[in-house]
Design a protein around this ligand. Structure first.
Ligand code: ZN
Ligand code: ZN
Length: 278
């Protein structure tokens, strides 16, 4: 279905470095990027251009715009969102969404991953020592940093800093004007190897999903669309909030099936039972 076709990777942040090798190997496609495509017009992490839609809408628009520009019918786009983890307190998370659109076959396949593996952070700093402590924690200089006057300020901003000299000189410039400075992690993929690694993991997940065929119509992209709660507690036998089954559905013919115990266990530890461990 894909062998020998050209696959556009809609990015200007070098995500092709992890996406292309996997897709080339798994689908036999020929990957390329479109240098004229500017994904920043759909929103940046640093606020010059606010992202107005949710991540899924944004990633789809990004993919379709790039396809129109490059005049091709097969493409991948990705979108990251960063912030506090929805369940784990005091931890930041990276949510990555990947979309694969095949206009020739009417296919649209998405995967997402919520990862705790991120250096996403930002802080006011008042001394070189504070700046250095932040930088060390963020994995500088392998990971890029951004300096500005204060959080969200767009008037003065240095992005993609990857050397101490620029970091220190930018810091002193801002501090002289302002009394303090705001430092934050640069989340653009080419400045953030931790994020690049997460994108690589999600790409593998996407390749697996694309290669999974519907048992009824043989169309690609047969994957999990829902997780059903209710794995019974080992002690009291009542349903817990843990996953009992995964529901698979074909986007093409709507055939669906349920696979129980997707994580290989049939009972849940009473530790996760609301009744036994309230
Ligand atoms: Zn089907
Ligand atoms: Zn229980």
């Amino acid at each position: 279905m894909f062998e020998g076709r050209r696959l556009l990777i809609a990015t200007k942040h070098q995500k092709e470095s992890v996406i292309a090798p996997i897709m080339q190997r798994e689908l036999g496609v020929d990957c390329f990027v479109c240098p004229e495509f500017d994904s920043d017009l759909l929103g940046t992490f640093t606020g010059e251009m606010e992202r107005t839609d949710d991540a899924l809408t944004t990633v789809k628009n990004k993919c379709l715009q790039a396809m129109a520009l490059a005049k091709c019918d097969l493409a991948i786009a990705s979108e990251g969102s960063f912030g506090p983890h929805p369940i784990i307190f005091f931890a930041n998370a990276d949510q990555e969404i990947l979309i694969f659109i095949d206009q020739k076959n009417g296919l649209e396949i998405t995967v997402s991953e919520l990862s705790l593996s991120t250096n996403f952070n930002g802080a006011n700093v008042n001394s070189e020592n504070e700046l250095q402590a932040f930088a060390a924690d963020a994995g500088f200089s392998l990971h890029g940093l951004i300096l500005r006057k204060q959080k969200g300020d767009l008037a003065f901003m240095v992005k993609g800093i990857t050397d101490w000299e620029t970091l220190l000189s930018s810091y002193h410039k801002v501090k002289l004007d302002n009394g303090s400075a705001y430092v934050e992690t640069d989340m653009r993929a080419m400045f953030n190897p931790t994020r690049m690694k997460v994108i690589e993991t999600v790409t593998k997940k996407l390749a697996d999903k694309i290669k999974s065929l519907c048992p009824s119509c043989q169309m690609a992209g047969f994957g999990v669309v829902e997780a059903e709660q209710g794995l019974p507690c080992e002690l009291c036998g009542l349903p817990t909030r843990s996953t009992l089954a995964h529901v698979y559905r074909c986007a093409h013919c709507h055939f669906s099936l349920e696979r129980q115990y997707p994580h290989g266990k049939e009972k849940e530890d009473p530790m996760y039972c609301d009744l036994c461990n309230p």
